[in-house]
Write a protein that binds this ligand. Structure first.
Ligand code: FES
Ligand SMILES: [Fe+2]
Length: 354
């Protein structure tokens, strides 16, 4: 991929060519890139069982994983038996050990081999390779992340959020609300979903109800190395954050902080709590969208910009699927960016093609 493909001057640049959204060879490269990036595991409040499989990471990383609580430690283990490769745990459960249902091999919840019937005469056994391998599991104010790339620095990626919202993170007490989780399969390439997220340009056209909840003039976009922040301001009568006087956004009526984390995660912060969006590319033409809700102030759930999530989502999916059809057109190849409204999309395309 060429460095020049997306001109760094947005006023000159052309958008990402259509083959990046439609051709298998680009999709394969994009998946390799995604697998090296930070990935969301979940929030501590949803790991109340001793063992929790993480299906969305299996889809992204091609690696079945099991999040475990072992005494006071947390682990992210391969969910694959070291004997003949059986999946160990298919659903959330409690117990003192992980037992394979095929031939009964058992492991401690930190991955260490515990017992295997019928292996009494086996030489050089047990070896290190009989234990379950694990991935890094890093916690950030209750949110847990991992990556196949051990050199990736969680703090540097999430630092812009922590700096901007230090008043918010310090009092965090979020609880997962499974009743509010959502899952959709859409007929569109994953990049289209991210592109659409990264601009508020379409809000007046696609989301009339959200447009009414947000103040017209003040939607803003800021680009960071691995993140884009969009801020929606509340209308006069709508719910907004109570921001302390010494904060960067003091005096502003912020309705929502929309953080995108490169390349496939969104952390939407509302006065009620957090909606995490996880984008799972399932093929070059299809994408699974997961919403996870973590609630801090349940009494604010039905108020303001954060109350319209389902409606807004379906409106977005409709335009994203429409673009997927359009991108297959012979008569379209690439477009131009609005230098005012599409800074986030431009930033993403530059990063993806670098
Ligand atoms: S595959 Fe697990 S014990 Fe045989
Ligand atoms: Fe939208």
């Amino acid at each position: 991929m060429s460095e020049e493909l997306i001109d760094s001057d947005i006023r000159m640049a052309q958008t990402l060519p259509s083959e990046f959204y439609t051709e298998e060879k680009y999709f394969t490269k994009q998946m390799e890139e995604i697998r090296q990036c930070l990935q969301f595991v979940g929030h501590q409040s949803e790991f109340d069982s001793d063992m929790t499989p993480i299906p969305h990471l299996e889809a992204i990383l091609k690696q079945p994983l099991l999040r475990t609580n072992h005494e006071s430690e947390k682990h992210l283990l391969a969910n694959v038996c070291t004997h003949r490769g059986m999946i160990l745990c298919q659903e959330k459960k409690n117990g003192n050990s992980i037992q394979c249902k095929y031939h009964g091999r058992t492991f401690e919840k930190n991955g260490k081999l515990k017992h295997m019937p019928g292996f009494e005469n086996v030489e050089n056994y047990p070896a290190d390779s009989d234990n379950l391998p694990s991935l890094n599991l890093e916690a950030w104010f209750g949110f847990e992340f991992t990556s196949l790339n051990p050199s990736l620095k969680l703090e540097s990626i999430l630092q812009p959020i922590e700096q901007r919202l230090n008043w918010w993170v310090k009092d965090l007490n979020l609880q997962h609300d499974a009743a509010r989780d959502r899952e959709w399969d859409i007929d569109a390439n994953w990049i289209l979903y991210v592109d659409n997220y990264l601009e508020g340009f379409h809000i007046p056209f696609v989301h009339p109800e959200l447009n009414n909840a947000l103040s017209k003039e003040e939607y803003s976009t800021e680009c960071y190395e691995n993140a884009v922040l969009q801020i929606g301001m509340a209308n006069e009568n709508d719910i907004c954050f109570d921001i302390p006087d010494d904060a960067v956004d003091a005096g502003k009526r912020v309705a929502a902080y929309y953080w995108w984390l490169y390349p496939n995660m969104m952390m939407n912060i509302y006065p009620w709590g957090v909606s995490m969006n996880i984008i799972v590319p399932t093929s070059v033409n299809t994408t699974k969208i997961l919403f996870r809700s973590y609630v801090q102030n349940p009494e604010l759930l039905e108020m303001g910009a954060g109350a319209l999530l389902d409606k807004v989502e379906l409106q977005d999916q409709n335009v994203v699927e429409g673009c997927m059809r359009g991108l297959r057109s012979r008569l379209y190849h690439r477009g131009r960016y609005s230098a005012i409204h599409e800074k986030g999309v431009h930033h993403f395309h530059m990063k993806l093609t670098r």
